[in-house]
Design a protein around this ligand. Structure first.
Ligand code: ATP
Ligand code: MG
Length: 441
């Protein structure tokens, strides 16, 4: 026997409620994106490896151990995107998107990281992404944060806190880095192995280490001393958030590990997902575009994990057809196909019960959750050449919509058929209407 291939570890195939949840998150994102005037962009899944290696920094977890990189047939090093930001900045330069600056863009799709799969952590996961490129104004940070906050609100997700910090400008950040190295070096031997390595390569990252051995030293680390300019920038972001009605808390130890981050850094965090509690994360990355060989270009953005948001929302209404068309006898199948086509063309979501005997077809109309069934029958006295149409709701709770649905069906069918209506009859035996193809009438 041939073995069935299994899914790649850390990937998911979704159906039913899980798929509905995923789609509800994307749909809300797309609505809010428009409200904020962010242009939709579509990005490649594959990029030259240099796009990420140059921007995210060789020392970050993502670049040092999480990237899916491979050589293609012409020997070029290609990477499956682990995030959107670097690719969007690449396009900003290579596709001449500078002409749109300040550019507000949004996109979503899969991203790939070789991580240990667990709740809320996958190897193929999906992100929502929003960026403002070519704007150094604190107002851009405020817009993005308000966008994130409104998205969470529209999704009905409560209990998420916005943690906000500033990493200062390049000068204040470099001075702070030196202070941190001094502070952590004094406790080097007591730090976790990971943080000992970070001390040499990326000391800021020790501050958000989750290892309990690091916490006491991270918590007692000296805070950053901001330059007057950085202080002023942060002040403007905060007053903008107050004006926009976005609540936040200052988190002095919140850092983004990547070197290109400046000024604002933030995370929307929940405690409902265990260790995977960050649902939206981002910040200002004024240094990134220069690392791709472009001119100095201030920018700010965030990314959100779709799977994590999907776990936090209420069960969305599942998609279901409005109607199921049921041919009562096999000889009406062609007619049923035609009726179905007409209903769909009129914008009514319609399923056609095409399998099994009449009983099976009625069962399907229940199983697919459709609200009403349209049954095609014949055998009415004096109407031998015509088909009778019965429209009946399947669900007791929608029975008061019976007449509306009936009217919508008959009106749609009148596009293609001559429809002769009957008053609905208590016994349910007479048809709601009979149809005659227009051509032959
Ligand atoms: P974490 O600390 O959880 O690893 P991160 O700092 O690596 O997060 P970012 O690079 O900031 O994450 O990505 C933005 C968002 O994408 C995260 O806040 C999270 O919601 C989501 N995300 C990141 N990695 C994964 C993953 N492997 N599986 C699912 N979602 C993820
Ligand atoms: Mg990570």
């Amino acid at each position: 026997m041939t073995q069935t291939p299994q899914p790649v570890r850390g990937t998911q195939s979704l159906i039913g409620e899980e798929a509905d949840r995923f789609h509800a998150v994307v749909a809300a994102f797309d609505r809010v994106r428009r409200l904020y005037g962010f242009k939709r962009v579509e990005m490649p899944v594959i990029e030259p490896t240099a796009v990420f290696a140059r921007t995210m920094g060789e020392t970050t977890d993502v670049v040092s151990k999480e990237m899916y990189s491979f050589e293609d047939r012409s020997g070029d090093s290609i990477t499956l995107r682990p995030e959107f930001t670097a690719g969007i900045c690449r396009a900003y330069l290579s596709e001449g998107w500078q002409r749109f600056a300040p550019l507000k863009v949004a996109t979503h799709g899969p991203a790939f990281r070789y991580e240990r799969p667990q709740k809320g952590r996958f190897r193929q996961f999906h992100q929502l992404d929003a960026e403002v490129i070519g704007s150094g104004e604190p107002a851009a940070d405020v817009e993005l944060l308000a966008f994130g906050a409104q998205l969470l609100e529209e999704l009905g997700i409560s209990g998420v806190r916005l943690k906000l910090n500033t990493l200062g400008d390049a000068a204040s950040r470099d001075a702070w880095r030196a202070q941190l190295v001094e502070h952590f070096s004094a406790h080097r031997a007591e730090l976790s192995e990971d943080s000992q390595a970070r001390l040499d390569k990326n000391p800021l990252r020790i501050l958000d280490s989750k290892d309990p051995r690091d916490r006491p030293f991270a918590d007692s680390a000296p805070p950053m001393v901001l330059s007057a300019e950085a202080e002023d920038f942060f002040g403007q972001v905060r007053s903008g958030l107050d004006a926009a009605g976005v609540a936040y808390e200052i988190a002095p130890h919140l850092v983004r590990g990547l070197d290109y981050y400046r000024h604002t850094a933030f995370e929307f965090v929940t405690d409902q997902l265990g260790a995977q509690g960050t649902v939206i994360a981002g910040g200002r990355y004024d240094g990134l575009i220069e690392q791709l060989g472009g001119p100095h270009t201030p920018a700010v953005g965030w990314a959100a994990g779709i799977e994590r948001l999907a776990m936090l929302i209420d069960v969305p209404l599942s998609e279901r057809p409005l109607l199921t068309v049921i041919p009562d006898e096999p000889e009406f199948e062609a007619e049923a196909v035609r009726v179905t086509a007409v209903l769909r063309a009129a914008g009514l979501a319609t399923d056609l019960a095409f399998r099994g005997n009449a009983k099976r077809r009625f069962e399907l109309a229940k199983k697919n959750g459709s609200i009403a069934r349209v049954v095609i029958r014949s055998g009415y006295s004096g109407l031998a050449e015509r088909r009778g149409i019965h429209v009946r709701v399947n669900q007791p709770d929608t029975s008061d919509r019976q007449n509306d649905i009936r009217a919508a069906v008959l009106s749609a069918l009148s596009a293609e058929f001559t429809v002769i209506t009957f008053e609905p009859n208590e016994s349910g035996h007479s048809p709601d209407a009979v149809l005659q193809p227009k051509a032959s009438s």
